[in-house]
Design a protein around this ligand. Structure first.
Ligand SMILES: [Fe+2]
Length: 447
């Protein structure tokens, strides 16, 4: 132990520098909120930091949690928290210094270095719940399926069901298994987590993904509906689980059901949260591909993006794609092209990692959506064919990135490319043999 280290630890044994015992209690509350999506952890710690301004983990937590929103608008507040933590370096212990480094890497665009640093923290402190959660979410933003699964595997031996937050660790592993197409292992882990904590929305989410991938649409609907009183009320992640339920409705050709969920749960009012807005945009786009009119919902979501794009454009290509989707859906091609211009600029000027995301996936994906909106279906096909096997590089889940494949198939059909569209549907049939949506694509080719 160095001179700056204390004997204090969090509830899972990860050490912290000397602080008020009350601050640690509040930190535990914040960690629980962060893992469960119930409550606002940064708000919880804001008050704590007024009373204990030298609570290093409080500043680190706030910076790290805000980073996980994947939005540029939070950077000034994140910077402030990081600088405050850095100014307390003398009293900080090694773990805290590394966690600050990880946050700085993230803020400056080195998301992969942030994950490596969290991995180093976890080598010494495998029960660091904050590092695990942040690294897992960043693996998601990086589209790193292997680490979504294996990062949890690396620390799991140090966890057991008696520890606070164990279910959330199992939920993360479930999602990792699912993204690696190990559906049985995923379901097993998710159900184990839900046996411990039935309100664990991330485990519900992992199970929803499994049911989507295994064509268990009716069962998925029943599962999501019957468990929603546990995971939905007052939960900050519920919109995404509702989005998964809406996908089950679309599969089963219940488009009204999907729209009802859009209005009541996915985007019931205004939002300033990119993660929520992108799900809303993607859902309307999937309905558009099915030929469904969604009246002025397009205008509503495009307006929300228009408010954000002056700040957010070019920050994270996956978000940018969905801004473009909303603009194109609303027929506002000029605004969509403005977003594309920012992504093109990000592809030359962003920090290395997000520059590559923009260059390799963001630009062609946004271009494809604009081409689709302008009925240049051949161009959309060219753009999408080039990226479909590397699209994970700009993050999101397999289910979310399916918007690209669905748009590709629809473009190929509309462009009269019978051979290509037949092959793409054949490929889809292998993975989703009982998918009504796949059957509908097949029927379209036949006509
Ligand atoms: Fe999901």
């Amino acid at each position: 132990m160095t001179a700056t280290q204390s004997n204090q630890t969090d509830a899972r044994g990860a050490p912290v520098s000397k602080c008020e015992p009350k601050s640690l209690e509040e930190y535990e509350k914040a960690i629980r909120q962060f893992q469960s999506y119930f409550g606002d952890p940064t708000e919880t710690l804001a008050e704590t930091l007024v009373n204990d301004p030298e609570f290093v983990m409080g500043h680190i937590f706030n910076a790290s949690a805000m980073l996980m929103m994947s939005e540029r608008q939070y950077i000034p507040a994140i910077k402030q928290s990081i600088e405050k933590a850095e100014s307390l370096a003398e009293k900080s212990i090694d773990r805290e210094k590394q966690l600050v480094n990880a946050a700085r890497h993230w803020m400056e665009g080195r998301w992969n270095r942030a994950c490596q640093t969290w991995d180093q923290v976890l080598a010494d402190h495998p029960t660091d719940a904050m590092a695990i959660q942040c690294a897992h979410l960043t693996d998601f933003y990086l589209g790193d399926a292997v680490n979504l699964r294996d990062r949890i595997g690396r620390v799991l031996g140090h966890w057991d069901s008696s520890m606070p937050g164990y279910s959330f660790i199992m939920g993360m592993q479930a999602f990792g298994f699912e993204e690696c197409n190990q559906f049985d292992r995923a379901e097993q882990a998710a159900r184990e987590a839900l046996d411990i904590e039935k309100r664990d929305g991330w485990s519900v989410h992992a199970l929803a993904h499994v049911m989507e991938m295994q064509n268990r649409y009716e069962e998925g609907q029943n599962f999501m509906r019957s468990t929603s009183p546990d995971w939905a009320p007052d939960n900050g992640f519920a919109f995404h689980n509702w989005w998964h339920l809406a996908l089950f409705h679309i599969e089963q050709e219940d488009f009204d059901g999907a729209l009802e969920l859009y209005d009541s749960e996915i985007l019931p009012g205004e939002s300033d949260v990119s993660l929520q807005m992108l799900d809303a945009s993607a859902l309307l786009w999937r309905l558009k591909l099915q030929g469904i009119e969604v009246s002025d919902r397009w205008r509503g979501i495009a307006d929300l993006w228009a408010r954000k794009t002056p700040v957010e454009n070019g920050y994270y290509a996956f978000n940018d794609l969905h801004a473009v989707v909303a603009m194109v859906g609303a027929g506002r091609i000029k605004e969509a092209k403005e977003v594309l211009k920012s992504v093109e600029s990000a592809a030359t000027s962003n920090p290395a990692l997000t520059r590559l995301m923009a260059e390799q996936v963001g630009v062609p994906a946004c271009s494809a959506m604009i081409a689709f909106g302008e009925e240049r279906y051949s161009d959309a096909v060219d753009d999408l064919l080039g990226i479909r096997t590397i699209a994970h590089r700009f993050g999101g889940s397999n289910a979310q990135r399916d918007i690209l494949t669905q748009t590709l198939i629809e473009s190929a059909i509309r462009d009269g490319q019978v051979g290509l569209s037949t092959n793409l549907v054949s490929e889809r049939s292998v993975h989703k043999p009982f998918s009504p949506l796949t059957r509908r694509f097949k029927d379209k080719i036949a006509h």
